[in-house]
Structures are given as structure tokens and as C-alpha cells.
Design a protein around this ligand. Structure first.
Ligand SMILES: NC(=O)C[C@H](N)C(=O)O
Length: 531
């Protein structure tokens, strides 16, 4: 990092000896010093007093009197604002106090004039000159000074990162992504990119979005579309052939002569992935320990505070591992993430805790240091059945899929910490999970956490070819689309296990924010995909 030259004149004006003045590093690829570089220091910036520096950001609030103007500047590097002092003779002084104005400004760091102000911030910036001012049409600027509800901010997805809350969440999100890569790489997992477009329905639940193209260049398509046949789940080759749209000039047409948009991935069907698991299993069964981390999609018409149509998932997959290894990995990973936020993002976490959930930081500490509870599904059901204090909307019986009310009760009321529930009834779980010896349950596990409910879902995978085929049949799933997946069992099969952690749910859990739409930059949910 390049150091900013100490400006002797400014230092002398402040009565400081130039030799004693430390230097604030300028960003390597941006023409400014970050506010965090100054205020994030242990001494609150005192060691930088007297230095002339350039900072740039957006005005949070500003006020002016006849002698002087004050501006609270936020540059996105931390939740704190830098106080900027502007004397009226400085060119541009009258244009910088409106909320939302952008400035790039040169000034020197000085002590605030009163003891009271020093308590708030140990340094302030006295402006020498403005290098850039981006004015704001304040009448129409929707992110005004008054605190807006998170729900209202969703109408301004492009401007909401200017708010303290959304920018803090963005930094927490970035930290969690970095921590995830760090955790898996430290444990020798390889990052594998799985596809977004696929024909495989990993969960077998038919919740996939289909891909279509905008047909506006028929000639181009004519050259690109291979006249291939797509066999759909549940169909034989001749059945598929009979139903296949006719290719007229290379474009699929239905019987009535209209263009068939349903087979619209170059005359085939394709979908947005619901999970990278099946593909990443192929890599685990060659490379050992791998993970994928990317966007996944669910065509569920859910309007809850915990569902999105597009969300990010981290999915590790481990060869030569069973359910216990899987649970150990999930628990260690979640603890690592919590500790990472305490070590790297405490300022943002404290800000969010103050604003939204007083217990958020405490919760991170608790999760990072307390062993998770582990109970079987059968034990979970028995425990819930004994609850007299609360009436659940959905009756608790062996065989039900635990609802969010049950999951939250277990972790918030009974155990008051994360709970791993394992060995679920086979009938409520996906085909790929390994059948237990009891013939009734599968080696599946969910990690349930306070506030959120299910954070992780995973399992040991069925590595026995005959059992897997039998499970597909039982669940009335077609074999053909999964032939490649069965190959992994035909050729050198191996015990393996993995899980998926919902990245946005992890952010909800960590920050205490209520609605999942506020922890992803551009949320997609029923009826909302603009911007
Ligand atoms: N990789 C996983 O185990 C996650 C699982 N496929 C799911 O979507 O829930």
C-alpha cells in the first residue's frame, strides 16, 4: 500500500512534529484513504493527527452556520462516519451539506475542539479543498435523513446500500463468504463450480424454474439448434419422440403450428439449478473433499420471511465420510463463521445488534463456544410431544416433516442453542439419502438454530447401487435422467456425505435481521425480479 506523504505545513499548523506523525495508507486502487483506516485504528486515529489526506464518500448529514459547516461522511468502509469540518471560504462549502452528496476531499486530521466532541470521535477532518462534489436533488432523493423501514427501502434496491443497515449487512455478507472459502480451503476442500443451467432435479420435488429464450433472431437459432431429442423424466425414448416438438426451420413448433416455448433451451428443456449437490458429488467421488458455493433457485410460491426464489448455498461434499463426519463438519463450519464475525466484523455486528437484535453478538459468542445438541428425529418428536405449554398448529406425530414452529421451539425454548436432528423418516426426505438399517429412516441431518429454524440440511448419500435404484422406484422418479448419477455408484462407489447451508439464513441468524429479503442485495421472490 502506498503511504500518503505527510504534509509538513498542515502538521506544523497543528503544532505537531512531522517526524512523529504516522502515515495513513492510501488505497492501492482508489484515490483516497478509507475512513476505516483512520477510525478503525486502536487509537481512533490519534496517531494520524496533522496528516493531510484525501477521503471520499457520501454525506450522511450536514449542517452549517455562518462560521463553519459540519458534514458526517460515510464511505462504506465501516459503520462510523468521519466528521468533516468546512470553513465558509472553501470553494464549494455551500454545496456539501445535503444528505446524499458525494465528495472527494483533501483535508488534514485535527483534534475536535471540545472534550465533549472528542468523546464521540478522536479526530476530525478539516477541509483544505474539494476535489469532487456530486450534488444531490434532495427533494427527490428517497434515502433521506429520517430512518426508513427496511420494507420501504426494498423499493430502492439500487440506493439502499447507502444506508447504515444495508451497508453493514453487505460487509457481514462479504465476511461470511470469505470465511467460508477460508474454512473449506484450510480443511483442504476444493472449490468446484457447478452449473446454473441443468436438467437434473436434485431434490426431485419439481420446484424448478424453466429456461426460455427470447425468439427474435430465427436465422441465428436455425444454425444453433441441434435437432436432438430430450427425454423427460418418466418418459421412454419413443414416447418422447412422439411428443417432441417439430422442428420447423430449426425452431421447435407444437402441433397447432405455434412455436413451442416449453422446450426452449435449443430444442431441449433446461432449468435453473435447485442445488449443486448431485454434480459436486461427481467431483467428491474423484477429488475427495469439495464444495460448491453459488446461486440456487426454487420455484416455490413462498411469501415467508425465510424463503427466496434465488438464494445462495454452500454445499460441501466429502468422500469416505459418514453422517457423523458430516455433522462434525457442519458444526465446526458454523462455529468458524460465528467466530470470524466476532474477530473481523465486530463494529458492524455491534451496530446491527444495537439497531435490531440486542442479543446478536452474545449469540455469536454462545454458538462459537457451545457444543450443539444432537438428537434423532424420533427423540425430537417425543420431546415435542411432551410439550404442554404450547399448542402447535401442526400436530406432532412420527412421520411428519417438522414445521418451522417445531424447529424453532426445539432450539429457542427447549435447548436454547443449535440442535442437530438426524435420522429422519425416509418418506419425507430425498431419494439420494442413505437408507438406515431400520429400513424406515435415512441418514439425514438438519441443523436448526434459534431465530431461523433450519440452517443446514444434509445427509450421508446412498452409495449402494441397488438400494439407490430401489429408492428411485419407490419415489416414482424416472431412472433415465439419473443414469449419470447412478454411474457414480457403478464405477468405484464410495461412502460419502455432504450438506447445504443456506447463506442468507446464516446472515439472518448472525445479524438478527428479520426478513431474508434484506440480507441479499437484490432479492427475488414471487412477483419481484426487477433491477
Ligand atoms: N448439498 C446438500 O446436501 C443440500 C441439499 N441438496 C438441499 O438442497 O437441501
Amino acid at each position: 500500500m502506498a503511504d500518503v506523504e505527510v504534509e509538513p505545513v498542515a502538521a506544523k499548523m497543528e503544532g505537531l512534529e512531522v517526524e512523529k506523525v504516522a502515515s495513513a495508507p492510501m488505497e492501492k486502487y482508489s484515490q483516497r484513504v478509507l475512513v476505516k483506516t483512520i477510525l478503525g485504528r486502536e487509537d481512533g486515529g490519534v496517531g494520524l493527527l496533522g496528516q493531510t489526506i484525501i477521503v471520499g464518500g457520501w454525506v450522511k448529514t450536514g449542517r452549517s452556520s455562518a462560521n463553519v459547516s459540519f458534514v458526517e461522511l460515510n464511505d462504506g468502509s465501516c459503520p462510523a462516519n468521519l466528521q468533516v469540518v468546512v470553513e465558509p471560504h472553501i470553494e464549494g462549502a455551500s454545496h456539501v451539506t445535503l444528505t446524499g452528496t458525494s465528495i472527494l476531499v483533501e483535508g488534514f486530521l485535527k483534534e475536535p475542539p471540545t472534550e465533549e466532541l472528542k468523546l464521540k470521535q478522536k479526530v476530525e477532518l478539516s477541509v483544505v479543498k474539494f476535489i469532487h462534489i456530486g450534488t444531490v436533488d434532495s427533494k427527490n432523493y428517497p434515502i433521506s435523513k429520517t430512518r426508513l423501514k427496511l420494507e420501504t427501502l426494498r423499493e430502492y434496491l439500487h440506493l439502499r446500500p447507502r444506508t447504515n443497515t444495508i451497508s453493514a449487512i453487505a460487509r457481514v455478507r462479504n465476511a461470511l463468504a470469505f470465511a467460508s472459502h477460508t474454512f473449506f480451503n484450510q480443511n483442504k476442500f476444493l472449490y468446484v463450480h457447478t452449473p446454473i443451467l441443468t436438467t437434473s432435479d436434485c431434490e426431485g420435488a419439481g420446484e424448478m424454474f424453466q429456461v426460455t429464450t427470447l425468439l427474435n433472431d430465427a436465422e441465428k437459432r436455425k444454425q444453433e439448434i441441434p435437432p436432438t431429442l430430450m427425454v423427460m423424466p418418466g418418459e421412454s425414448q419413443p414416447e418422447a419422440l412422439a411428443k417432441a416438438p417439430k422442428l420447423i426451420a430449426g425452431i421447435p413448433h407444437r402441433e397447432d403450428g405455434k412455436i413451442d416455448y416449453t422446450a426452449d433451451f435449443f430444442a431441449r428443456q433446461a432449468f435453473l439449478t435447485v442445488s449443486g449437490q448431485l454434480q459436486v458429488e461427481g467431483y467428491a467421488c474423484a477429488l475427495g473433499s469439495v464444495y460448491t458455493f453459488g446461486p440456487t433457485f426454487r420455484a416455490e410460491n413462498s411469501h415467508t420471511t425465510r424463503h427466496l426464489a434465488e438464494f445462495w448455498m454452500i454445499e460441501p461434499e466429502i468422500a469416505f465420510a459418514d453422517l457423523k463426519d458430516d455433522m462434525n463438519c457442519a458444526e465446526d463450519y458454523i462455529k468458524f463463521l460465528c467466530q470470524w464475525l466476532l474477530d473481523h466484523c465486530l463494529d458492524d455486528m455491534e451496530f446491527l445488534a444495537k439497531m435490531y437484535d440486542k442479543t446478536a453478538v452474545e449469540r455469536l459468542r454462545m454458538v462459537a463456544s457451545t457444543p450443539f445438541v444432537r438428537i434423532t428425529y424420533t427423540e425430537a418428536v417425543e420431546t415435542l410431544q411432551k410439550v404442554k405449554k404450547k399448542k402447535f398448529e401442526k400436530k406432532v406425530e412420527w412421520g411428519i416433516d417438522l414445521a418451522s414452529e417445531h424447529e424453532r421451539y426445539l432450539t429457542e425454548e427447549i435447548y436454547k442453542k443449535p440442535v442437530i436432528v438426524y435420522n429422519y423418516p425416509k418418506d419425507i426426505k430425498a431419494f439420494y439419502m442413505r437408507l438406515n438399517d431400520d429400513g424406515k429412516t435415512v441418514a439425514a441431518m438438519d441443523v436448526l438454530v434459534p431465530k431461523v429454524g433450519e440452517l443446514v440440511g444434509g445427509s450421508q448419500r446412498e452409495e449402494r447401487l441397488d438400494v439407490l435404484i430401489q429408492r428411485l422406484e419407490e419415489m416414482k422418479l424416472p431412472k433415465e435422467p439419473y443414469e449419470w448419477y447412478l454411474d457414480l455408484r457403478r464405477f468405484g462407489t464410495v461412502k460419502h456425505a455432504g450438506f447445504g447451508l443456506g447463506f442468507e439464513r446464516m446472515i439472518l441468524f448472525a445479524t438478527g435481521i428479520e426478513n431474508i429479503r434484506d440480507v441479499i442485495p437484490f432479492p427475488r421472490y414471487p412477483g419481484r425480479a426487477d433491477l
